[in-house]
Ligand binder design. Structure first.
Ligand code: GLN
Length: 291
């Protein structure tokens, strides 16, 4: 029988046992439930995971227990794990996340690694990140390329606040400017007008894909996921003005849905971006189109 959630006292171990049982009843796989319960206990207890495991026999105070029970109940109702943890690692760097931004995905590291490869020999590369969200693309490029100057745009003021905080935490604020507006729109206010690299992970889901999202992904901002009637709307807008903002030997990197490579290549070619390459993710699926 599962322990009544309001019973006290609880050791860390008892709390974890209750949590795993609760999450399993909500349909989580046991390994997933264990893993997430540990992370959430560490967050509630304000300890590193390793310390949680060493302290499992210690009692949780009321505040910690209530916080943990709240996290587990939220997770059981499919609040995204990383919104509860308020953090997601990307390119081995810690990024703050909130419900105003898309939670960064590992897939996007493919794009960032390629960006670093393409830009590392340039003296003072100017980089543009369209739809920066939490800032993962713009900021990890700025972090790993100390000579880079980055402009990041986003339509959401709330998202830009998160990105700005991430810039501060990573110590790259001085080399990254944030501008509010859709895609290229706010660039009239930027000091840079030609870029060595335009990067974007735009919203790219079709209405059918939006309707079929798992319940936790449905809690991420629709504005960061929905790519118009056919999922391709933002690639059209990005392609249309890419040449205007690109330095003569500049590059474009866009993340894509794994079935969109041919369609996106067609769109970029139409606006003079030729030749193009496709980069695959670790599972072998098309993930980035590169010019
Ligand atoms: N650029 C951010 C990321 O890659 C946000 C992307 C988005 O909101 N579509 O995570």
């Amino acid at each position: 029988m599962s322990r009544n959630i309001h019973d006290r006292p609880h050791t860390g171990e008892q709390a974890l046992r209750w949590a795993v049982c609760f999450l399993e009843q909500k349909g989580f796989e046991i390994e997933q439930a264990k893993h997430e319960a540990r992370l959430l206990l560490a967050k509630a207890w304000q300890k590193e995971i390793i310390q949680v495991l060493l302290d499992l026999k210690s009692e949780l105070n009321r505040e910690t227990w209530e916080k943990f029970a709240h996290f587990i109940k939220e997770r059981g109702s499919f609040a995204p794990l990383h919104y509860l943890l308020e953090e997601k690692e990307f390119m081995s760097l810690p990024f703050k996340v909130s419900p105003s931004v898309l939670i960064p995905r590992w897939d996007t590291e493919i794009l960032v690694e390629e960006a670093i490869k393409l830009m590392q020999e340039r003296e003072n590369p100017k980089i543009l990140d369209l739809g920066t969200g939490s800032g993962v693309i713009a900021l990890s490029i700025a972090y790993y390329l100390p000579q880079a100057e980055v402009v990041a745009t986003d339509i959401s003021a709330e998202a830009l606040k998160v990105a700005q905080e991430n810039a501060k935490n990573l110590g790259v604020s001085e080399r990254v400017s944030f501008l509010q507006g859709s895609l290229y729109t706010p660039l009239a206010k930027a000091q840079v007008s030609k870029f060595d690299l335009i990067a974007s992970n735009p919203p790219y889901l079709s209405p059918e894909e939006m309707a079929a999202l798992p319940p936790d992904v449905k809690k991420e901002p629709a504005i960061a996921l929905a790519g118009g009637k056919d999922g391709l709307q933002f690639y059209r807008e990005i392609a249309l003005q890419a040449k205007k903002y690109l330095a003569p030997d500049g590059h474009v990197l866009v993340e894509i849905g794994y079935q969109q490579a041919m369609a996106v290549i067609g769109i970029l070619q139409k606006w003079g971006l030729i030749p193009l390459r496709i980069l695959r993710d670790l599972e072998g699926r098309d993930r980035v189109v590169a010019y």
